[in-house]
Design a binder for this molecule. Sequence first.
Ligand code: S6P
Length: 586
Amino acid sequence: MENIRLQSADYEPTLPVTEKSNPLTRDIDRASASSIVKMLQACDAQMFQEKSQTEYQRLLSEEIVKTLMEVAERVRLILKDPQDSLVVLSGCGTSGRLAFFMASGFNRELQRLNYAPICSYVIAGGDRALFSSQEAPEDDPTLGALRLKKVSEGKKRVLFIGVSCGLSAPFVAGQLDFCLRHPDVYTPVLVGFNPAHQARNEPLPGCTLTFRSVVTRMEELAKTQKAFLINPALGPEAISGSSRMKGGSATKILLEVVFSASFSRTPVTFNGILQHMRSYKKALDFTYSHSEEIAVLTEAAGRSLQCGRQVCYLGWGSLGLLGLIDASECKPTFGADYEDIRGFVSGGYKELGNNEGDLTLMGPEFSISHDDFLDRVLPRLTDDDTVLLLYSDSDDVDEVAKLAHRVREKTPNIHAAYHQTDGGTAAQQDDINKLCSSTINFTWSQETPKRLQHMRELSTKLLLNAVSTGAHILKGKVFKNYMVDLQVTNSKLYRRAARLLQELSSHSESQSEEALLKAIYQVDKLSEDIMTCSLDTHTHTAGKAKKVVPLALVCLLTGCSIKEAETRLEHQPIVREAVEACLKSS
Ligand code: S6P
């Protein structure tokens, strides 16, 4: 009953599905590690719930499967003419990271099948956004269009796949609008997880268009297959608005299904697509059949964060990339420092093969190889840090064992998540097991190698999302199921923060926004100057401040000054407890 209610139109009616709070996780902030993992499992399982009459279309709905078939056929056309054609995947934040991840993966797969690579990616903020938090470019529709134009220069046919889970990113709206204005070359596909009428309706910076008006134009063209919308509802995220979770997982599933169908030598069929989607549900169930082990890992990571230490993911191949992606999302979501949860991948930038090459010189957070870990992090590791090895039997297990030995000399708090196929364990695995204080051994039954790899990746993504989200919950960075220490570095996050303040303080919309601005500018009175600044200036300034939302909330609830609120938060650094204390005394 609850499940049906939470996706119906009358539940938090002003909010789109991707921003609603999920009734399944209302008490996630007070749950044990093992209950946290169970709640995440229940939320993730909603992705595959079938449609009931009153609900929006779902992942497995007939309309969605049919659209996937049509898009797969379009990719096939591009494969036949790689010289003059291109597929561009694009998005912001996690959606952009997954665009990169999949574009590279699909190109590798094409090369293996002796086809020319046909995929490019565009991420808002460029390659530095692949593993550092860069939210501001998300607000720039012109930049989005320019980047798309540049990457597809000279091509005669371009299939553009823009991902915006919330149907909200101006960067992507600008790109879709560009496609609609150049229909002779571009066919736009939009992937997101709200019904079309819930697309964001705020004017895009610098023009009168809104994301919704762009979607409405696309809906019209979709009738003649000149544009495509793939927008099933997945139910609200476990942490409200954290679209890196279900949104990211479903993006990966949908695009892999499309590309696998188009690369296959057999015809694209409805049942083929449907079965492929269902196999991801099996992978999800299989992953969570290890929920107790995932909880052990989450607890270890939570302990490290609680005592101000760090969690390091050391991964190989695509599993290592997923570690980088997961780690990079903690900053905007939980106000984390880049060192709290860090990812490293064997081979560093060589493994990545990104457009802009080696970014190491851009700063310490761009050091991503195992060698960087050995040089810069290992010497400082203590028993309070958590290290997680991520690999599979197709990686160099000898190398994993060597690294495990090095880490074990510094800390016993080393764990492994290992994927293998039925019927064979490498000898070195016993050695690694002995070195690790916990090992999750995912033993998959035989599948085609490519599918198996995709399933292992989804499984790793779910595992990492659980560990990083769970660890931050245990650190007290979540209140109920809201991210209370989010960064306010773009317009979506600013609006979310203002809404959250209003919801938690029961003050008016204008009082809540004023409190937010006072916290951003660190003042007790808002000057005329501040009041007339653009939203862009507010979010830019917010990027330099810390604990903006907790500060604003304490001020709203207690009526104290910013300075007093700061002192209060210093005495009670656990944000959830500080919020609760204020709520009790207000
Ligand atoms: C969300 C993540 C963000 C989003 C980004 C794009 O958990 O931290 O970085 O991916 O804001 O969102 P959307 O709705 O356009 O895909």
